[in-house]
Design a protein. Structure first.
Length: 182
């Protein structure tokens, strides 16, 4: 898939490049998941090379099925591009008015505005790309004990909608934030 999105730089942060995951992202993916905080917030942590390869395969399959679009988020560094986040648009179904956006941020990128800019870029793309299919609403879900995700949702134009009761695999209640198509 040749879709590439960009998030403009800010006075304090480099621009971001968002693209589909590639096979050569295995090492960067494993590096990101070495962070215990990231592993604690994700349903399916990537801790081995086999798991990383499976993650990348599922990413390709999602794009091929036109239902799940996972973006590696990269930032320029002196050594080239560095993986700083992942944003995924999931559960896209023609005729269904909503889909979900999820994300994670690599430890060195947290607190620098990476997640809101990346989530905004994917959300804008989703509304443009799937408007004709009936997409009018995006949802961002997270557990109630993750206030950083509340801030990302707000900065990305998602409005708090409701508290959701805990249900497997999530052990705690959650928040649903919603962004409507402009």
């Amino acid at each position: 898939m040749s879709i590439v999105l960009c998030a403009a730089p800010t006075p304090s942060a480099s621009g971001l490049l968002l693209r589909p995951w590639r096979d050569d992202d295995v090492d960067a993916l494993l590096d990101a998941y070495r962070d215990p905080v990231l592993r604690s917030w994700t349903r399916y942590p990537v801790t081995t090379r086999v798991e990383a390869i499976a993650f990348l395969r599922r990413s390709r399959q999602g794009w091929a099925a036109d239902r799940r679009f996972s973006f590696a988020v990269l930032e320029a560094s002196p050594d080239g591009e560095r993986l700083v986040a992942n944003v995924v648009l999931k559960d896209v179904t023609p005729g269904r008015p909503y889909a979900e956006v999820g994300y994670w941020t690599a430890a060195p990128a947290r607190g620098r505005g990476v997640a809101p800019r990346a989530v905004t870029a994917v959300s804008d793309w989703a509304f443009a790309r799937f408007a004709a299919s009936g997409l009018t609403r995006l949802e961002l879900l997270h557990q109630v004990d993750n206030p950083a995700s509340c801030r990302v949702a707000e900065k990305s134009g998602y409005v708090f909608q409701e508290v959701l009761p805990a249900r497997p695999p999530f052990p705690r209640d959650g928040h649903r934030h919603v962004r409507w198509r402009p």
